[in-house]
Design a protein around this ligand. Structure first.
Ligand code: GDP
Ligand code: MG
Length: 768
């Protein structure tokens, strides 16, 4: 099968094209560096199927970054049958810089002028025939997004792949061409493949290249002596870059005719950036945007209208909320209009999970099992174990998707890239660069791809520090813990707002991440902070197609996880809480004799300083169990509560009133926990904080291990997670319970910070 490789600058639309060609749903993001590894797919619309490889985005073939090494080695060593060089037509000159380098390799090549839809919308024109003539390689206009020109592109690429092409260079001013020509002949004599490309890289003094062709070093130095340039002296790298750009400017300026001649006119994006990336307002605006997202996802009082106007509740209006119509209405409004996130959530839980799937108490499936005449332990396992656990996890699909949708909108519009830029400006002097923030922000979705994305960080210590704090950017799976406990705090104690609590907890995670990463960068993981060069992509309206692809991916992943790893864990937890060490089946009242309860009671005291240890008495172990179950998958925390609530109610003889512990969203289950243990609000918040900052799920730990190359960094990482979660939760609990302990913490932190600053100063002096 023929193989075509997609190569181009970051953010030029490679992945979009890859998805359009192969029908995959790889992650498309409006910021550079989303694709760090290469990816394979198949294009089937030609006479024979063709393999398509999506390479990471690169600006040049001189390897400064891991991406550049991957892309360059792929083209040179794996020899694709054709390189499709994607060029962002809205940014032609800069993109052609890479093209001039790919042209130097002996490989068939086609240039895809992407984003033609945007070019045409701006009223600009590009003469692709002229471009083709001047470059000497085929040029095809396409729009990866609108899927135009793709067939033609693939046909041209296919035709090209049958021919062979010798590399050509635009570096043709006499002296330089002479020098390159001499080196090329020498390399050819040694039977080196791609002699032109290697010759130029050798002249450039490219480090990898010089290493590879050590024997030619002397010869090239001899050649170079014959060459003089007034401006660049013997800095051949700068010289060659300069000549490339000059050539591009001279020859390709005329192929573009711009409607808006004024090149330097401020675009809409620039104007937006004047506000959004403002030196002072940038961060407050980001915090506000973030709050807006949580408000739209979790608030039961949209825009606080209910507080302002005090609308009547449904019961005051005489609506029968037992009837179907009333229930439906109650999904949207009850004394206040709900936010879109809450509405979707209510509809999903009342209509789908209860009626459709019948998981909840009284649901058709639940009743079917209850009346099936099976043995009572089997009914218990299915209804209270599996259905309660699964139902509670599935009930969180809407908030996860809604939140994720908002994050996708921020990403696709180009705003997230600005956040990395703003944060870089704020934290660079403390040893943290914007490049590290990009994977961190990705962590809001899922830690696993975020950790893989850290490969874009060249400095190994910065990378380790980044991988460690990524889990603190609360991922979708941790959301259930937050919403269920926040919901219970509001319902039981009557304090707080769902949007405010969730928002603050996310911020707590972010702040913990920034503080700990700074701590490491100034103590155990000191190192250079490489410059952060990122071009900010233009703002554009998020693409519906991209958003839906993201959501669909997330949904698939979530459902798959629910029915495999979470299902298995709920069964194990149910079994361990219904059997004793002597493997006897226990009634719900005897849950404290179960294997899990006994084990957990043993470690319970460890959690006392965090507020959910021994002080919770004989039922406090449920929190320990939940936290441990969360190590497998964070959704398990709430699934565990749902599974255990029934036992607790039975054994503690709780009068739970109207609570429906089998109800989804875990809110009532958590309330039952509160009733049974008398846990306080600070301890509940501390429990959330613990789960947010402790060892992440199995999958993330595995990824961290692989990305950290094992060794001592991995052990250190596990200890780091445990220590951070312990300290942060202890702080939350103690300050929440006794406000004056804040002074003790502040003093302790001040001592640590001063010690570090003093020590580093001394070290710097010693060095100087
Ligand atoms: P990559 O970094 O090269 O893989 O680029 P992506 O495929 O992730 O795309 C970067 C951004 O450009 C995304 O926001 C895309 O929606 C957008 N994009 C890609 N192709 C086109 C196109 O043909 N037209 C327009 N207007 N936008 C596009
Ligand atoms: Mg990509």
């Amino acid at each position: 099968m023929k193989r075509f490789a997609l190569a181009g600058n970051p953010n030029c639309g490679k992945t979009t094209l890859f998805n359009s060609l192969t029908g995959s749903t790889a992650h498309v993001g409006n910021w550079p560096g989303v694709t760090v590894d290469k990816r394979d797919g198949v294009y089937k619309k030609l006479d024979e199927p063709v393999a398509i490889v999506d390479l990471p985005g690169i600006y040049s073939l001189s390897p400064y970054t891991p991406e550049e090494v991957i892309a360059r080695n792929y083209i040179l060593d794996e020899k694709p049958d054709c390189v499709i060089n994607i060029v962002d037509a809205t940014n032609l000159e800069r993109n052609l810089y890479l093209s001039t380098q790919i042209m130097e390799i002996d490989v068939p090549m086609v240039i895809a002028l992407n984003m033609m839809d945007a070019v045409e919308k701006a009223g600009d024109k590009i003469d692709e025939k002229e471009l083709e003539k001047r470059l000497g390689v085929p040029v095809v206009k396409i729009s990866a997004l609108k899927e135009t020109g793709l067939k033609e592109l693939m046909e041209r690429a296919f035709t090209e792949s049958k021919k062979s092409r010798a590399g050509v260079t635009v570096l043709n001013d006499t002296a330089l061409a002479h020098l390159i020509g001499d080196v090329k002949i020498a390399l050819k004599g040694q039977n080196v493949e791609n002699p032109l490309f290697h010759a130029i890289k050798l002249v450039e003094n490219d480090s990898i290249e010089v290493e590879m062709h050590k024997e030619t070093e002397n010869m090239i130095d001899e050649f170079k002596k014959t060459f003089k340039d007034d401006v660049f002296g013997d800095d051949f790298e700068a010289l060659i870059a300069d000549r490339r750009y000059k050539y591009i400017a001279k020859n390709f300026d005329s192929v573009v005719s711009r409607k808006n001649k004024e090149k330097h006119a401020m675009t809409k994006s620039d104007k937006a950036d004047r506000v959004l990336t403002h030196r002072i307002w940038g961060i407050p605006i980001f915090l506000l945007v973030l709050f807006g997202i949580f408000h739209l996802t979790f608030s039961e009082d949209l825009l606080f209208l209910g507080k302002i106007f005090s609308f009547p509740g449904l019961e005051d209006l005489g609506v029968d909320i037992e009837a179907f119509g009333g229930q439906l209405l109650a999904c949207f409004y009850d004394g206040a209009v709900f936010s879109p996130g809450v509405i979707v959530n209510n509809l999903w839980n009342n209509i789908i999970v209860n009626y459709g799937l019948g998981f909840g108490e009284g649901g058709w499936l639940y009743n079917l099992i209850a009346e099936s005449g099976m043995q009572s332990w089997a009914i218990g396992l299915i209804n209270d174990g599996i259905l309660a656990g699964l139902g509670s996890v599935l009930s969180f699909l809407p908030p996860i998707l809604v939140l994720f949708l908002f994050f996708s909108i921020l990403e696709d519009s180009g705003y997230m890239a600005r956040i990395a830029f703003i944060l870089d400006r704020a934290f660079r002097k403390f040893g943290l660069s914007g490049r590290a923030f990009m994977p961190m922000i990705m962590g809001f979705g899922c830690s696993v791809p975020a950790m893989i994305n850290t490969r874009t960080l060249a400095d190994e210590k910065e990378r380790t520090a980044t991988i460690r704090v990524i889990p603190f950017f609360s991922c979708g799976a941790k959301l259930p813990i937050l919403t269920a406990i926040a919901g219970a705090i509001i319902a039981y104690f009557g304090v707080g707002n769902a949007d405010l609590i969730t928002y603050s907890m996310y911020l707590l995670g972010v702040v913990t991440a920034i503080l700990t990463v700074l701590l490491m960068r100034n103590t155990t993981l000191k190192g250079e902070t490489p410059p952060f060069i990122m071009e900010l992509p233009a703002y554009h309206l998020p693409q519906f197609k991209n958003l839906m692809a993201h959501l669909w991916d997330k949904t698939k992943h979530f459902i798959k996880k629910a029915f495999t790893i979470i299902l298995a864990s709920t069964i194990v937890i149910w079994l361990l809480t219904h059997f004793s060490f002597s493997w006897q089946f226990l009634e719900e009242e005897e849950v404290n004799q179960s294997i899990l309860a006994q084990l957990s009671m043993f470690v319970q005291p460890i959690f006392t300083p965090l507020g959910f240890g021994s002080q919770l008495g004989q039922f406090g172990w449920v929190f320990v169990v939940a936290a441990v179950a969360g190590l497998i998958a964070k959704e398990n925390v709430i699934a565990t509560f749902a599974t255990l609530a029934a036992c607790l109610v039975a054994v503690a003889h709780l009068d739970i009133g109207t609570l429906d512990i089998a109800a989804e969203e875990g809110v009532d289950a958590v309330q039952a926990m509160i009733l049974a243990t008398n846990i306080t609000i600070p301890a509940l918040i501390s429990f959330i904080a613990f789960n947010m900052t402790t060892i992440p799920c199995f999958a993330a730990v595995g990824t961290a291990k692989a990305e950290l190359q094992g060794g001592k960094r991995y052990g250190g990482t596990l200890i780091f997670w445990l220590a951070t979660s312990y300290i942060v939760s202890c702080m939350v609990f103690t300050v929440g319970s006794w406000w004056w302990t804040a002074f003790i913490w502040a003093a302790a932190i001040a001592v640590v910070v001063t010690a570090i600053v003093v020590k580093n100063k001394k070290q710097n002096k010693a060095k100087a």
